[in-house]
Design a protein around this ligand. Structure first.
Ligand code: SF4
Length: 253
């Protein structure tokens, strides 16, 4: 697979956008079974916006959890409607959240037994919630395993990862191959300032938590405002502070 016009962090935003479009077109041409992952954070919104310009029929999926803030579900509904995304949500839960049901969002519910059993066990042993005591296990059960389901029938997926987001993202590549599943990261060289410029110049309304000082959004108990690097607010006071949930580090197939 060849990606034309290489870019670096010092390239102009216009060059980076054109390069991202090239990556997406190439990905679509070479991988018919492809989808774009959307967390409804700022980087996802830019990625999905670019994808919709060049390959509007690439499906969109979102892995949500019971710990995402209500504002994320509300923003998902709003942007799904506005951009007519037809998002498929993967969620470990017994019931579809009311706001998703009312707005006819496609939801694939995944079994809760293993998560409930583990969460109870951790709470009995430590007196703490699973996301505080064992965040890796919580992320595995609520994010990594559901992502495995979401990509099970795909050849490839497109993500909004960026090299300057945090210490764990410096070495990510534009095209990765893990176990035969290709991952494309078309906005890898965008800076945080460029993400905001892209959104402002295209009138893309951001998730409301950014106005509160958050720079990277995840589940409510594991996201905090501020930080030197964007992801510093993730999993504060745990062993994986500023780290990864696992969907970008583990094999999904
Ligand atoms: S981000 Fe926190 S609450 Fe969400 S799945 Fe991971 S540990 Fe659990």
């Amino acid at each position: 697979m060849t990606i034309s016009s290489p870019v670096t962090i010092d390239s102009t935003m216009e060059e980076k956008i054109e390069h991202a479009r090239d990556i997406i077109r190439d990905a679509r041409k070479n991988c018919p079974k492809i989808a774009v992952a959307c967390s409804f954070g700022k980087d996802s919104m830019v990625t999905v916006h670019i994808v919709r310009q060049v390959e509007p029929d690439i499906p969109v999926f979102a892995v949500m959890t019971q710990f995402k803030p209500p504002e994320t579900f509300a923003y998902l509904v709003k942007m799904d409607k506005k951009w007519q995304l037809g998002t498929t949500v993967y969620l470990v839960a017994d019931e579809v959240p009311e706001i998703l049901k009312e707005n006819n969002i496609n939801v694939r519910l995944l079994p809760t037994d293993e998560f409930n059993r583990k969460a109870k066990e951790v709470e009995n042993q430590t007196g703490q919630k699973i996301y505080s005591a064992l965040p890796d296990e919580c992320c595995r059960l609520l994010k990594v395993d559901p992502t495995r389901v979401a990509v099970a029938d795909l050849d490839a997926w497109i993500c909004g990862l960026r090299n300057t987001e945090g210490r764990t993202r410096v070495d990510y590549q534009e095209v990765e191959n893990k176990g035969g599943l290709l991952k494309f990261n078309p906005i890898l060289t965008f800076t945080e300032a460029e993400i905001w410029r892209y959104m402002a110049t295209r009138g893309i309304e951001p998730h409301p938590w950014y106005a509160l000082g958050y720079r990277s959004l995840g589940c409510a108990p594991c996201s905090h405002p501020g930080g030197i690097l964007e992801r510093d607010g993730r999993w504060q006071a745990t062993s994986k502070c500023g780290g990864e949930c696992g969907i970008h580090t583990q094999r999904l197939k």
